[in-house]
Ligand binder design. Structure first.
Ligand SMILES: Cc1cc2nc3c(=O)[nH]c(=O)nc-3n(C[C@H](O)[C@H](O)[C@H](O)COP(=O)(O)OP(=O)(O)OC[C@H]3O[C@@H](n4cnc5c(N)ncnc54)[C@H](O)[C@@H]3O)c2cc1C
Length: 460
């Protein structure tokens, strides 16, 4: 069976250029040391991109202040412990630890890491019958061929279309549609955080990944925040309302106070920028606004289910479920492989992620229990505790992560950090294409924003 890394990039058999993105931090610092010294910089948002930027600025001798709306740091990297065990509401996997700049940071704090075995997977049909191994192998082969066929078609047409539209142009008679639908949800929609109806058939899988099997952090991914936040001046519960930028200064106004600085690095999530809940004065240049409108903000819902006793095959890492409702719990992760708690993590993707977040915890508990009973028998109890991430309803994110919507190009993401105004810069997972939608992408974007700022300051 193919590994998840291979599945995620079915048709990108060679991920060329992986080594070409060296961690730019050292060169950024070298370039910025003199130019940024004693400059006052405000960073809006204490997610991974904001904290990475703050660390870089600090090392370059700048005076940094981070303003964060919530009462915690981390943003979409959020380890909740209300179930009595770490549960990742947002980012859960360190994708590709080899060459990944986060690996070193996690080593610095001796964070425990566990390799999740992507080949350890059982998939169940809607009636609860398990899909045979031979059928799964056939599925990978069909899926792979299907994606190659999409590529062949796109190579002779100019117009970008959605992946769903591209699939409609194919002859899929020989495939089992329910299996293919499941694979599209479980891999493509989960990976991109979007729906096949809205993602670009050209760009949805053109991003890059680091090498190595994915890992989880059994004691919490938030260990990463420790080195990133060390000795940084962070003000919590400072929800930014307005960012004014002029020729000589910037003023950032929160619900509580106003702060002046020489520069501002804005790491507001794309969903927040789309809602225009923070006012820019003067308004953002038209080109910047176009990027905000074009790039997609997707959603993924995580449901933590804590039980008295494990009722599922204890050694299997992942369970797939082929619901007729696309995006409804295509994937469950078994946390029992690395934890002593009986925790399952259910995942909803695509359009259904937005839908399920409107339901109450009690409704979701009933819904998921019905599914788990089909998979594991009628004795499955309701969970002892349930927790549901609702990123679509969070006013500090309005969604999970960015994706290539139809008509968006890689350049659109990359243009985000090409500052249009020398005092106003952007960072965040959505401001670079290669690793968008990831924690390491967020980190690299923060580093890149400081490098860009150092260049601007040097030129000025
Ligand atoms: C469900 C889910 C699963 C994911 N799974 C993975 C995974 O397995 N692996 C992976 O690598 N990545 C994963 N990601 C993506 C990853 O979490 C993000 O790409 C990354 O954390 C984004 O970091 P950021 O700094 O760009 O944004 P954020 O972390 O969102 O930081 C932005 C900060 O700005 C703050 N803010 C918002 N509005 C205001 C305001 N008005 N004033 C002040 N502050 C404000 C926010 O509270 C937040 O702290 C997942 C994300 C989600 C939601």
């Amino acid at each position: 069976m193919l590994s998840a890394e291979q599945r995620r990039h079915f048709i990108k058999l060679s991920l060329l250029g992986l080594g070409c993105l060296a961690n730019p931090s050292l060169s950024a610092l070298a370039a910025g040391k003199s130019s940024l010294a004693a400059k006052k910089v405000i960073v809006v948002g204490a997610g991974v991109s904001g904290l990475a930027a703050a660390q870089q600025l600090k090392s370059a001798g700048a005076q940094v202040l981070v303003l964060e709306a919530k009462d915690r740091i981390g943003g979409r990297l959020w380890t909740d412990r209300s179930l009595g065990t770490p549960f990742e509401m947002g980012a859960g996997w360190l994708h590709g630890p080899v060459g990944n700049p986060l690996t070193e940071l996690l080593q610095q704090v001796s964070a425990r890491r566990f390799v999740t075995d992507d080949d350890s997977l059982r998939v169940y049909r809607e009636n609860g019958k398990q899909v045979r191994e031979v059928e799964l192998l056939q599925l990978w082969s069909n899926f792979s061929e299907m994606m190659r066929a999409v590529d062949r078609r796109l190579s002779v047409q100019d117009l970008d279309i959605s992946l769903a539209q591209a699939l409609l142009q194919l002859d899929l008679k020989k495939s089992q549609p329910e299996l293919l639908n499941w694979a599209l949800s479980a891999f493509t929609e989960f990976d991109t955080g979007s729906d096949i109806a809205t993602m670009s058939a050209y760009y949805f899988d053109e991003d890059l990944s680091f090498k190595g099997a994915d890992e989880v952090l059994p004691n919490g991914f938030d260990a990463l925040l420790q080195p990133l936040a060390a000795a940084v001046d962070i003000k919590l519960e400072q929800k930014v309302r307005q960012i004014s930028y002029g020729d000589n200064t910037v003023t950032v106004t929160t619900e509580r106070a106003s702060f002046n600085a020489d520069y501002v690095i804005v790491t507001l999530p794309l969903g927040v920028l789309k809602k225009a809940s923070v006012n820019f004065n003067p308004p953002l240049p038209r080109q910047q606004q176009l990027l905000i409108d074009k790039i997609g903000m997707g959603n993924v819902t995580k449901v933590g289910l804590l039980y008295e006793r494990c009722f599922w095959p204890i050694e299997t890492q992942y369970f797939g479920y082929m619901s007729r409702i696309k995006g409804q719990f295509p994937y469950f992760m078994n946390s029992k492989t690395f934890s002593d708690k009986d925790l399952l993590v259910g995942i909803c993707v695509g359009g259904y992620a937005w839908e399920i977040e409107q339901k109450s915890d009690a409704q979701i508990s009933r819904e998921v229990t019905e599914i788990l009973r089909r998979m594991f028998g009628n004795n499955v109890p309701e969970p002892k505790k349930i927790i549901v991430s609702r990123w679509s309803m969070d006013p500090c994110s309005y969604g999970a992560y960015s994706y290539s919507a139809v008509g968006t190009t890689a350049e659109d993401f990359n243009l985000f950090n090409q500052a249009q105004h020398k005092r106003l810069l952007f960072a965040g997972e959505h401001t670079q294409f290669d690793y968008h939608g990831t924690v390491h992408g967020a980190y690299l974007s923060g580093v890149a924003a400081v490098k860009r700022l150092a260049e601007l300051v040097t030129v000025a």
